[in-house]
Design a protein around this ligand. Structure first.
Ligand code: SAH
Length: 212
């Protein structure tokens, strides 16, 4: 099957679970094959995670859709992503928000993502090499935060980078399996919603796990 038909089939599958038309539309446009290694480009529109460099993975399209939908983006937001990886999720976010700040701890992945994102013409994405502290405090507060690696708990330092009314989506659990948690920061406290099971590579460092 050619990539074009595979992409159309994937979007039809995702439409069973993702109700936000804008999210489906963007996932139908961003070329996922450019974010995976050449050797797996033929599988770019299978609904599966795929290996990328440094032992990491590009998330399964369904989970990209679920997480993006949960952020409730209207178009004017500043969004933080923790875990740039291939840069695919950052591209999806950049289509739906005003600005994306994405941090990655592996320099090689950050550089690869910068390259493909600039090739595709994105001007509203900043990619930084992660520092000691989780997130990217310099540009806080964020209207939405997405963490694409699994954490042992919701890191308070990230909640502190979230604006009032902001949404944080993060996998929380063991290094092997997690639940996708949506946290909404309200004036008078936090609301937690469990969006169901998921499986991510571990978040490493402050707020995450000690080593890979
Ligand atoms: N969103 C990515 C998926 C990335 S996989 C995509 O669309 O392709 C998760 C990424 O999180 C890995 O690249 C890993 O190196 C990175 N990561 C793990 N801990 C991190 C941390 N504390 N800060 C920033 N990035 C981190």
């Amino acid at each position: 099957m050619d990539l074009e038909s595979a992409r159309a089939r994937l979007i039809r599958q995702l439409a069973h679970e993702i109700k936000d038309k804008k999210v489906l539309d963007v996932m139908g446009r961003v070329p996922r094959e450019l974010f995976v290694p050449l050797s797996s480009q033929h599988a770019a529109y299978e609904n599966v995670p795929l290996p990328i460099d440094m032992g990491q993975t590009i998330s399964q399209p369904l989970i990209v859709g679920v997480m993006t939908e949960a952020l409730d983006l209207k178009g004017n937001e500043k969004v933080l992503e923790v875990g740039t990886g291939s840069g695919y999720q950052a591209a999806i976010l950049a289509e739906l928000a005003r600005k994306v700040v994405s941090v990655e701890r592996h320099r090689k992945l950050a550089e690869g993502a910068r390259k493909v994102l600039s090739l595709l013409g994105y001007r509203n994405i900043e990619i930084h090499i992660a520092g000691e502290k989780i997130g990217w405090e310099k540009e806080a507060l964020y209207d939405a935060i997405i963490v694409t690696a699994g954490a042992p708990s919701v890191p308070q330092d990230l909640v502190d980078q979230l604006a009032i009314g902001g949404r944080l989506v993060i996998p929380v659990g063991t290094p092997f399996e997690q639940d996708l948690i949506k946290v909404v920061r309200r004036k008078d406290g936090m609301e937690h919603i469990n969006l169901g099971p998921c499986r991510f590579v571990p978040l490493i460092g402050e707020g995450g796990w000690k080593r890979e």
